[in-house]
Design a protein around this ligand. Structure first.
Ligand code: NAD
Length: 430
């Protein structure tokens, strides 16, 4: 959600809050509470390596705001993890849970580590070590972590197990993103992409555009992009013009285009776990390989950046065609502010990241609900509830943008901040 700025990510998060709070006319004392995380944990803990040595790891957990419910947010394992990043991500989780109206607050955490340098057993000891430090301060009613960059469903399983041992009872709702059969929810893999498509469907409705006549150009072909591409055809009967991906061998990105429309299910079958499509097999199936930015200049109705932050910049924004009516941010922070300003001037409808990609966290919330009931829903039930939540969220934001005459991003902040502020008032915090 940041990008193209000299401020650190937490200062950017505070700036965005200030802007929306001012537009809402929020009491400055309430804004002051929302500008800082409620609790910040900095952990330094030892883990035994396979060679018998001890290594000290630094970990974090930020519980930003829990006025609306337990803190919720992922655990990121990355060597460059900083406390400011974690604080910013925890703030954004607060707004994301509030905008989609799930009864959860915002949190985030992580460990400064490159997980690819560790063995499986070392990763397991690292995960159990983090829980050893934090178990007294997390729980289904306090703070519920989840996977993020560098963490996996298997890691969530180890963490859940360690927590259960500490508290002495089966408590799968302490953490989400677990494997199906190990407390995970059906529908989670597709949830973020599905949510993006529900948002697109609702945007097309208010713009009075026929989805069947609409086309989409997608950046990326990882978890989010794959299910945007599939659901865009399955739910809306639209056409996918292209997808793109990073090729680790060639160290560059390619756009995969097919005139008759991309068959996402087929492309998935020739894509590896990192979201890299097999070029040879794609070419053999009639796909044309174009350069990295080609996805941006397609004559599409909708563009969906679903790969990286800062993908649409002041330099490449001019490539976006006049046919484009909707920009749905599947990724976090894919549009730098200058590019966004240029596109808003052109009248393009934005679906901002923390609204657009909130299907994943919503399904995580459903996972926790199912864990607490110890009763599991079918995939259809999960999708039905997800659809309802996402479309309601889209319209709440759209109505706010119309009522206050602001863009969709500011409107999303306004909806979210108003809900958190109101929960704080009801609890007598402010
Ligand atoms: P992923 O790692 O599964 O896939 C990333 C894709 O982007 C891959 O296909 C990769 O090849 C491609 N890519 C990387 N660099 C590229 C480049 N320069 N040009 C074109 N393609 C490139 O990641 P994901 O889980 O799909 O997440 C994508 C984005 O969505 C991230 O910003 C992530 O933070 C955000 N997000 C993901 C979820 C989720 O549930 N997975 C939820 C919310 C937000």
């Amino acid at each position: 959600m940041a990008g193209g700025s000299t401020l650190n990510s937490f200062q950017i998060a505070q700036q965005q809050l200030d802007k929306a709070a001012a537009a809402l006319g929020l009491d400055p004392q309430v804004t002051a509470v929302l500008r800082e995380p409620a609790r910040t944990f900095i952990l330094n803990f030892p883990v035994r390596m396979d060679d018998g040595s001890i290594r000290v790891f630094r970990g974090y957990r930020v519980q930003y705001n829990d006025a609306r419910g337990p803190a919720k947010g992922g655990l990121r394992f990355h060597q460059d993890e900083t406390l400011d990043d974690v604080k910013a991500l925890a703030a954004w989780m607060t707004w994301k849970c509030a905008v989609v109206d799930i009864p959860l607050g915002g949190g985030k955490g992580g460990i400064q580590v490159d997980p690819s340098t560790l063995s499986e057993r070392e990763k397991e000891r690292l995960c159990r070590g983090w829980i050893d430090q934090m178990w007294k301060n997390i729980g289904p009613r306090t703070d519920v972590p989840a996977p993020d960059v560098g963490t996996t469903p298997q890691m969530m399983g180890w963490m859940m197990d360690e927590y259960c041992k500490r508290v002495g009872e089966y408590t799968p709702g302490v953490i989400t993103g677990k494997l199906v059969g190990g407390g995970g929810s059906l529908g989670r893999t597709a949830a973020t992409g599905f949510g993006v498509v529900v948002n697109i469907r609702e945007a097309l409705k208010v713009l009075k555009i026929d989805p069947k006549k609409s086309t989409v150009a997608i950046q990326g072909f990882g978890n989010v992009a794959q299910y945007v591409a599939r659901r865009f055809v399955e739910l809306l009967d639209g056409k996918v013009l292209c997808v793109s991906c990073w090729d680790r061998g060639d160290k560059k990105a390619y756009t995969f285009t097919k005139d008759t429309g991309v068959d996402a299910k087929f492309l998935q079958s020739i894509t590896d776990q990192y979201g890299t499509v097999d070029k040879t097999k794609a070419k053999a199936a009639g796909y044309v390989l174009e350069d990295a930015d080609a996805w941006l200049s397609k004559p599409a109705t909708i563009v969906v950046p679903a790969a990286l932050g800062n993908a649409i910049t002041a330099e490449n924004v001019g490539k976006i065609q006049s046919t484009v009516k909707v920009l749905a941010e599947g990724a976090n922070g894919p549009t730098v502010p200058e590019a966004e300003a240029a596109l808003l001037k052109r009248g393009i409808t934005f679906i901002p990241d923390f609204l657009c990609n909130s299907g994943g966290v919503t399904c995580s919330y459903f996972e926790q609900v199912q864990n607490d009931m110890n009763f599991y829903w079918t995939e259809d039930e999960v999708n039905k509830r997800l659809d309802e939540k996402m479309s309601t969220a889209f319209h709440a934001v759209y109505e706010m943008s119309q009522k206050k005459n602001v863009d969709m991003r500011i409107a999303a902040y306004m909806v979210a901040i108003e809900r958190v502020a109101s929960a704080m008032r009801m609890r007598g915090w402010v």
